[in-house]
Every structure is written in structure tokens, then in C-alpha cells.
Ligand binder design. Sequence first.
Ligand code: ZN
Length: 244
Amino acid sequence: MRIAILADVHANLEALEAVLEHLSDESVDRVVCLGDIVGYGADPNPCCDRIRETAEEVVAGNHDRGAVGLTDVSSFNPFARKAIQWTARMLEKNHIPYLEALPLTMTLFGEGATFVHATPSMPEAWEYLFDPADALDEFAAFTTRCCFVGHTHCPTAFVQNPNGEMAGVHLDRLQMQNGCRYIINVGSVGQPRDGDPRAAYAVYDHAAGALELHRVDYDIETAGEKILKAGLPPAFAKRLSHGL
Ligand code: ZN
């Protein structure tokens, strides 16, 4: 089975539509979303509509939970908090129970792969997994061969070899090896932060143990203009063109 894995759409409809168009040529069997459908961008409702239409499995991100009052947003930076308060006001009523009901973690392929927005050890602490040393502790928190995460918006693979040694690599193309375990961040659809402004998503072939990260051009200018027009912090428009 081939699945497309999308994370951190962040209400960027232009990026999401470009990714959905791209993956329609990738013969995937299903679409999985790792959360943060909303927050930062100007199109929370159309993005919820499109994810609900296309993604069979979705876990909650901190912005999704924040928008419906299930996560305390006082720890968000002031700009992100402003955006989430705007999102909460704009959110159509029918999306509220949907976002409220999203699970924090899930497994697919029997017990073959774990999916969580931030970290498997404490999904609701919303910690950022950048450092291989931090990732090492996380491997004890799930039992599957691989765990897919979002949240940092930086495509990364943390690989633990059979001796327990760890390495972190920028994610591009990955062939999984026998005996190794993986924590894989698929990057962000709607707000990449690895210096490449193109939308990111991954296609994972479970039987082949193979994963490919895709980068997709989209209409950054329109997405940015909508952010400005909505009165959201201009920095969120600006950062889209830098991918930071
Ligand atoms: Zn995010």
C-alpha cells in the first residue's frame, strides 16, 4: 500500500491544492494527515473541507487543538496566538467537532507505523524534535518500525540502527533497512521552514519500506496576499517566500 503523508497544511489552500494535484499522479491508496490543518494561513475552512474530503486518517496538531480550545495557547508566541484566535473566530461550526475529535496518535498497517503530530512520548506536550539526542529517547515511546511526525516543518529522518546508534539526516529519499527503526518528519505543506519554499509531502510504500519526499511549487504570492488581506501578522506572508 502506498500512502501520501501530509503535515502542517496551516490553512494554506494554494499549497494544499498543489500537493493534492501532485499526489493524484502518484497512485497512492490513501492520504494521511499529521495535523495542523489550520493556524498561520488565511484559509482554515477550505483547508478543513479538503482534508476531510481527501484524508482517511488524521491526527491532531497543536494549532488544531488550540483553535477549538483544547490546547492552552498561552505558550504560543504572540503572533501565532493572534492567528489562532483569528482562526477560532473564522472556523465554521461544522469543523469544530471534527477538529475536537481528532486523535493525538494512531497506528496503521496492523502495528506497522505510528503517526503523531509532535512526539510519540508526550503527544500533547508539543515538543520539537530537532536533535538526534532527543530523538533517541523517543524511540522507546513507540513499538512500530517507523513513526511519522510533523510539527518542526523540517523534513528529517532519524535512523536508529540495530546497535541502538542514532543518526539524523535531511529527508529526501529513503530505503528502510532491516533492523533499523525510523522517526520521519515529512516537512510542511503550507509553511516549510527548511529554506525551500516549495510545499513538502511524502509518499510511503509500506511493503517496499520506501519513502520519497516531494517538493511542489505553488502560488506563494496569492497565499501571502490572502494573509495580508485577512489582517493576519504580515510575517506569516513574508516567511512563505523564504521557506523559513
Ligand atoms: Zn505546524
